[in-house]
Write a protein that binds this ligand. Structure first.
Ligand code: PLP
Length: 389
């Protein structure tokens, strides 16, 4: 019998696949890779979280969870959104999901039918267009540029809106650019989104990694936009908990109920132990998040000074997230695509970077400072040597 695959479900291979498989090949043959491509704050598990995990297991909190999440977590997550980001969510407005990514997946699964357009700001996180296509949607890419600080403006948004537009995905605290929007900028974007009846998915997973005392403004803090704004949150980056797979969807009760039905027929909810660890993370937010943030800010500043020394350029440290998004021309690289350059650095210097093409922007590379200091220092040295041997 031949198994017929639904072609719509095949996601095209990304620009990073070839590079990742080369890195894997090198690692399995025992070669050390200096990894500047990680998408996570590489830190040991915080002691308070370790205790919470052990306690949850000892107390037998290992059975099926409620599909939408344990009530203790939905309550503390809603309070966290109030106290840290001025959002008025009740536990009924919160769904616990297996990481922020799965929240976005579920929302697009629920929202899209064939031909619906999803407006995505470039440079974008790689998964937005891929998940959109998975559910029959058409990604509509809005280009931004470095001179304009990589920001979506109300005018740019208006230009791409049509009667087919259904969803806007906004990534405040951006991967890969690290930009942060002000309250006024968000208000103007949300006003346009409402005018065109768009569902706004506000991806806020880096909210706790806003550096230099930059304020973080959540799209959930605008009471007049409660109905068409959904906030995606996560423990991954904010509490260095990537492997525990705990994220949240916050939004109106009706959407949360429908998403809960999808969870009920897919994962059946998030691992019970992980949820108790997340409760401990949020209850100790004032200890754990500053620890992650300070460590990441230190690594960011180290990477900035290494780049400035090695390349004699001025690289501005990003105000948030975990990445430098740098133009190849600025680094002195000419006549090479971002994928060719990243392949060369990996082949010659065993250093992993991500090509800008993966984020929809040719001519750039993304460097992560989430990695540990040793990899970071040697990785930048290797990068410099690959350009000026
Ligand atoms: N959104 C952005 C912009 C990200 O960079 C990531 C992870 O890299 C996610 C969402 C998903 O994070 P998680 O599923 O670990 O919560």
């Amino acid at each position: 019998m031949t198994f017929h695959i639904n072609k719509q479900n095949i996601i095209e291979s990304s620009a990073t696949v070839a590079i990742n498989s080369l890195a894997q090949k090198k690692i399995s043959s025992g070669i050390k890779i200096f990894n500047l491509s990680v998408g996570e704050p590489k830190l040991p598990m915080h002691e308070l979280l370790l205790e919470a995990a052990v306690e949850a297991m000892r107390k037998g909190k290992t059975l099926y969870p409620p599909v939408s999440g344990i009530s203790e977590l939905k309550r503390s997550a809603s309070e966290w959104m109030k106290n840290s980001y001025d959002c008025s969510y009740k536990p009924e407005n919160c769904l616990v999901v297996n990481g922020g990514k799965f929240g976005i997946y579920l929302l697009l699964q629920l929202a899209l039918t064939k031909g619906n357009e999803v407006i995505i700001v470039s440079p974008y996180w790689v998964s937005y267009p891929a998940i959109t296509r998975l559910f029959g949607g058409t990604p509509i890419i809005v280009e931004t540029n470095e001179i304009e600080n990589w920001k979506l403006t109300p005018d740019k948004l208006k230009k791409v809106c049509s009667s087919n537009s259904k969803v806007l995905i906004l990534n405040n605290g951006s991967n890969p650019t690290g930009i942060l929007y002000t309250k006024q900028e968000l208000k103007e974007i949300l006003d346009v989104a409402r005018e065109y009846n768009l569902l706004v998915i506000s991806d806020e997973v880096y909210s706790g990694l806003a550096y230099d005392n930059h304020p973080y403004i959540s799209c959930g803090s605008f009471p007049e936009h409660q109905d068409n704004v959904i906030v995606i949150q996560s423990c991954s980056k904010n509490f260095a908990m990537t492997g525990w797979r705990v994220g949240f969807v916050f939004g109106n009760e009706n959407i949360i109920k429908q998403l809960t039905s999808l969870v009920g027929q897919s994962t059946s909810g998030v691992t019970t132990i992980s949820q108790w660890v997340a409760v401990a993370a949020i209850e100790n937010e004032k200890i754990i998040n500053p620890w992650v943030k300070q460590e990441m800010q230190k690594r960011r500043d180290l990477m900035a000074s290494l780049l400035n020394n090695q390349f004699s350029v001025t690289v501005n440290p990003p105000p948030s997230s975990l990445y430098f998004f740098i133009s190849l021309v600025k680094l002195g690289v000419k006549n090479m695509t971002s994928a060719e350059f990243c392949t060369r650095v990996l082949e010659k210097e065993n250093t992993a970077l991500v090509p800008g093409l993966a984020f929809g922007k040719e001519g750039y590379i993304r460097l992560s400072f989430g990695t540990d200091e040793d990899d970071l220092i040697q990785g930048i040295k290797n990068l410099a040597r690959s350009i000026h041997p």
